[in-house]
Design a protein around this ligand. Structure first.
Ligand code: BGC
Length: 742
């Protein structure tokens, strides 16, 4: 529709019709009039508002979406098509590993393709907006939503944010693809103590330096929608933060898309004690810059009285409605309210072999080999060894993680299936050994007591049978593969935990397996970095598999049998004990660093009862074979602000197998007006280093990259000495120095 016509449409709307465009409800409101009475009554909005609402949350599938859209348009009046939005966080039907796993791939180009595929599937099914990527930077493994993040580094996160937005939206130019809604703006990842929905407090320089870059990268990559955070940032709820939503996002960053609240977060302004009542909440959110109210009664009931009171101007409402209508128009919904989606298109596009193949690749790249003593891995499939695959994830298809809401776990290749493709049945025994979790209270605490009733906890006789069969199989075997980890409900939204270990029953089983004197390979499923200290002690090899997605079984087997040389590198530090959280590599320099302080013993920055450093640092991961990073060199020792330096490092593969290295470049500003991180990632390259070859990898660093954000949020570059550090992870680096002239 031409802009002038869209303007006319806006001007012809009644105030209720306008407000309707700013209201988003979930599917239950539309499915059938009898069910809709429930939530509607609870939310306290009228049927008229339901009829006028402008967008729908988390309804999936072409058939359903067509039915809703048709029914909506048949209501007559201005009949503005509904926008369908959904959480397509890491895949639609073809589910990939969780984003924390994608982060470990260090391969944004591959991830972009995965999101293109996700968009193609979702588009076929009638979706128009994905509530993703979630680009919140994370430091604290206690927070369940680290699952949805690509990790702890601002630079790496920004690369993924760009890739994910680009992937979702790349089809838009051809009338396909879907809109990306980046979330949760801003700072949700810093919730205090890792407790869900808690507050976030940080300095301005920290906010600009660490937390904002990924949102900014997403906006610069063209994300057309932004979701606010449920939390407060420096005392102000993000959903009503005018500075954040209007000054920074719209004015400074030039964002002109739609801002949506998070689920009920406008209503929750009253719970925060930031708004006196729902009407006041509606005022504060709209005034701050929130266009759409997701699943709360505040806009539906509050905006009209605010207008009547004169507290709010119609102009302000019009501006928000205009943005919503413009998005609908951009998606050509007025011309085709179904945007070409259909069940036939779904059949042709969902879960195709090519898409599954890509998911297998992402899953391979996401897995991180943490330990491989005496080169136990890869296993030789042609040897005559007997393998016992033991553990609650040995033959479990529920490996998609909490946010794969459109995926069907039954599409998952289990570890048993994957390993079974490499070993014939006479050499493989599979035993569950124990349940994932045996704590009935856990299911009640997770709000899902019915899961336990659905026999997730075996009775004690069955549990004993599982245990005894597993031990017997392990005794007969030459090699044990243990597959264990977190329950799906233990991570994801509202999955904060203080104990980050394997469930006790699993650890006990693993301890017992370790006493048998056979080589043990542990495969860990989780939505977060767990504390793997005890697992490590029991295992000769450890593979961190995350929630690996529908191709997890294939990918794992590819790694175990060497068809894929593991290349994953952690994008979040793994704590050695829970009490270290939050722990991250790019912390500020302290006055008493443990290793180099003039003080010794007690009076340095450390714990008295635990190591200071993580169990595995950011960037860490093993591959098969041997590489050596030789001494890096730099082409200049001094540059001016218009110049750049080039650092080069020869990486030698002394082994007999090709491997992919992620060569990581870190920077340290030696003296600055704000204390700087001990190191921070500024670039990386994923390179294949062929067996027996040395590849020299170079990075050009421009003076512009040497700056940081000060306490006023300004990017400043200060002359002086800098260190460039290069290596295979954030810990094992070699440094060269140079300086920037005045
Ligand atoms: C989550 C968002 C999600 C929304 C809609 C909220 O609870 O915080 O990330 O997009 O629900 O499902």
């Amino acid at each position: 529709m031409e802009e002038a016509k869209l303007r006319q449409l806006l001007n012809s709307l009644t105030i209720e019709e306008k407000i309707g465009q700013l209201v988003q409800l979930s599917g239950e409101f539309y499915n059938a009039s009898d069910i809709s009475m429930g939530p509607q009554r609870k939310l306290g909005i009228t049927q008229r508002m339901v009829d006028l609402s402008g967008s729908v949350l988390n309804v999936a599938g072409a058939r359903q979406i067509h039915r809703l859209q048709e029914a909506h348009l048949a209501k007559g009046g201005h009949a503005i098509p509904l926008l369908f939005m959904s959480d397509i966080v890491y895949g639609y039907k073809t589910v990939y590993p969780i984003p924390l796993g994608m982060g470990a791939s260090w391969d944004p180009a591959l991830i972009k393709k995965a999101y293109e595929n996700a968009a193609e599937e979702a588009y076929a099914g009638g979706q128009q907006v994905a509530f993703a990527p979630m680009v919140d930077l994370v430091h604290d493994a206690r927070w369940g939503r680290v699952l949805e993040s690509t990790g702890e580094d601002p630079y790496l996160n920004a690369q993924f944010a760009k890739a994910m937005v680009g992937g979702f939206q790349s089809g838009l130019k051809n009338g396909k693809g879907i809109v990306s809604c980046v979330k949760h703006f801003a700072g949700y990842g810093a919730v205090e103590a890792g407790r869900e929905y808690n507050s976030a407090d940080m300095s301005i320089s920290n906010l600009y330096q660490d937390y904002l870059p990924s949102y900014k990268a997403a906006v610069q990559a063209g994300a057309k929608m932004v979701m606010t955070s449920l939390t407060t940032l420096n005392g102000v709820p993000a959903t009503a933060d005018k500075w954040l939503l209007s000054d920074l996002l719209r004015k400074q960053w030039g964002f002109n898309g739609v801002v949506i609240s998070d689920y009920a977060s406008i209503y929750e302004l009253t719970q925060h004690g930031f708004a006196a009542d729902e009407q006041d909440a509606a005022y504060k959110a709209l005034d701050a810059g929130v266009d759409i109210d997701m699943k709360s009664p505040c806009y539906a009931n509050g905006l009209k009285p605010l207008l009547a009171d004169g507290r709010l101007s119609e102009k302000k409402i019009d501006a928000a409605v205009w943005r919503v209508l413009s998005l609908k128009n951009e998606l050509c919904l007025f011309e085709d309210p179904f945007r070409g989606s259909s069940e036939a298109l779904e059949k042709a596009n969902l879960l195709t072999p090519a898409k599954r193949q890509l998911a297998r690749r992402v899953s391979q790249e996401a897995m991180v080999l943490l330990k491989n003593q005496r080169h136990l891995l890869p296993l030789d499939r042609s040897s005559h060894h007997q393998v016992a695959l033991i553990g609650p994830y040995a033959d479990e298809y529920k490996m998609l993680g909490l946010w794969a809401i459109h995926g069907d776990p039954k599409d998952t290749i289990t570890f048993k299936q994957g390993v079974g493709e490499y070993l014939d049945a006479s050499r493989l025994t599979v035993e569950k050994g124990t349940d994932i979790i045996r704590d009935a209270d856990f299911f009640a605490e997770s709000g899902r007591p019915e899961d336990q009733a659905n026999s997730q906890i075996s009775d004690s006789a069955t549990e004993k049978k599982h245990h005894d069969s597993a031990i017997a199989a392990a005794k007969r075997a030459d090699i044990i593969i243990f597959a264990g980890g977190e329950h799906t409900l233990q991570s994801g939204e509202a999955g904060s935990r203080t104990k980050l270990r394997l469930p006790d029953n699993q650890q006990r089983l693993l301890d017992e397996l370790a006493t048998l004197g056979k080589p043990v390979i542990s495969v860990i499923i989780s939505g977060r970095p767990l504390v793997l200290t005890d697992v490590l002690a029991d295992s000769d090899a450890v593979i961190q598999a995350w929630f690996p997605g529908i191709e997890g079984g294939h990918a794992l087997a590819d790694i175990i049998f060497g068809a894929y040389n593991p290349s994953g590198r952690l994008s979040m530090s793994m704590p050695a004990v829970e009490g270290q959280a939050p722990i991250y590599y790019n912390h500020l320099s302290t006055g008493r660093p443990e290793k180099t302080s003039q003080h010794v013993g007690r009076f340095v920055s450390r714990y008295t009862d635990a190591p200071t450093g993580p169990l595995f640092p950011f960037g860490y991961g093993l591959s098969y074979g041997e590489v050596t990073y030789h001494q890096p060199t730099i082409d200049q020792s001094q540059i001016s602000s218009a110049q750049s330096v080039t650092i080069s490092v020869p990486v030698e593969n002394a082994g007999d197998i090709d491997r992919t290295e992620t060569i990581q470049l870190y920077l340290h500003d030696e003296v600055a007006s704000i204390v700087q991180p001990v190191k921070r990632l500024i670039d990386f390259k994923r390179e294949v280093i062929p067996a027996g070859k040395t590849v020299t990898v170079s990075f050009e660093v421009k003076a512009q990259q040497l700056g940081f954000y000060n306490q006023r949020g300004e990017y400043v570059i200060e002359p002086g000495k800098f260190e460039l550090m290069v290596g295979p992870n954030s810990d094992e680096t070699q440094a060269v120095e140079f300086s920037l002239k005045d």
